[in-house]
Design a protein around this ligand. Structure first.
Ligand SMILES: NC(=O)c1ccc[n+]([C@@H]2O[C@H](COP(=O)([O-])OP(=O)(O)OC[C@H]3O[C@@H](n4cnc5c(N)ncnc54)[C@H](OP(=O)(O)O)[C@@H]3O)[C@@H](O)[C@H]2O)c1
Length: 237
């Protein structure tokens, strides 16, 4: 994986930043996206000396941005080997109180953008010797939690297209995985679920470690999905 190129979305903080740090540690070249350019620059600065980092700020809810982010990464590095669709947004609302704009925004960032990023990345991944897509879904990609209706719908959509893509690309040797975490200690969960005891949350670095496992795992095992639950006194959840 050394000097292979990975595009990581949502890399300014949380899980995406931890993934960027993990891949940088292994000498992968990184194209990083997020909305906040200042924070992206800070992450790039932190990783300086470990690897080459290119930043591509942009709001993935805008239709043209996903393709632009792939184009910029490829123009900079001359290719693309790994796509990690991590950027995501979640709003805590009952479905009745969810506005059309809130519904569409979460669908755009969590489902439409990964679809557009995958589609734009494929011609370049086909030229790679280690072509891999990893989509970060959620426990709500298969379950339904109250006050997370639009978020849940968007992650179900992400799961749905990821399952199909994995099968459509299998014959070409392009690996497509999805990781579905429970509560991870990031800003997102602090806002959505302040009731969860922080000591029971998964560390972002644990998800980054699973990404690294998926990137380096070789063999005949096809891994579609990795479900990750946090420690809980409600093990049935
Ligand atoms: N935390 C959890 O408990 C948990 C559980 C399951 C799944 N997940 C999933 O894990 C992924 C990362 O979540 P996180 O917990 O690390 O969240 P986070 O700390 O809130 O970070 C979200 C990241 O996504 C970026 N982002 C948000 N909206 C964007 C947009 N419109 N365009 C471009 N970038 C955007 C943010 O960039 P800016 O900083 O520039 O805004 C930030 O880098 C998400 O897909 C989330 O659904 C999280």
């Amino acid at each position: 994986m050394k000097e292979k190129v990975a595009l990581v979305t949502g890399a300014t903080r949380g899980i995406g930043k931890a993934i960027a740090e993990r891949l940088a540690q292994e000498g992968m070249c990184l194209a990083l996206n997020g909305r906040n350019e200042e924070n992206l620059k800070k992450v790039a600065e932190e990783l300086k000396g470990k690897t080459e980092v290119f930043i591509s700020p942009g709001d993935l809810s805008e239709r043209e941005v996903p393709e632009q982010v792939v184009r910029e990464a490829v123009a900079h590095f001359g290719g693309l080997d790994v796509l990690i669709n991590n950027a995501g947004v979640a709003l805590s609302r009952s479905l009745e109180e969810t506005t059309l704009e809130e519904w569409e925004y979460q669908m755009a960032v969590n489902a439409r953008a990964p679809f557009l990023l995958c589609r734009a990345a494929l011609p370049y991944l086909r030229r790679s010797s280690v072509p891999t897509i990893i989509n970060i879904s959620s426990v709500v990609g298969s379950k339904g939690y109250v006050h997370q209706g639009a978020y849940t719908a968007s992650k179900h959509a992400l799961m749905g297209f990821t399952k199909v893509l994995a099968r459509e690309l299998h014959g070409e040797g392009i690996r497509v995985h999805v990781i579905s975490p429970g509560g991870v200690a990031t800003d997102l969960v602090a806002t959505m679920r302040p009731d969860i005891p922080p000591e029971t949350l998964i560390a972002p670095e644990e998800i980054a470690e699973i990404v690294w496992f998926l990137l380096t795992h070789r063999g005949n095992a096809v891994i579609d999905e990795i479900n990750v639950r946090r420690i809980s006194n409600e093990p049935w959840r």
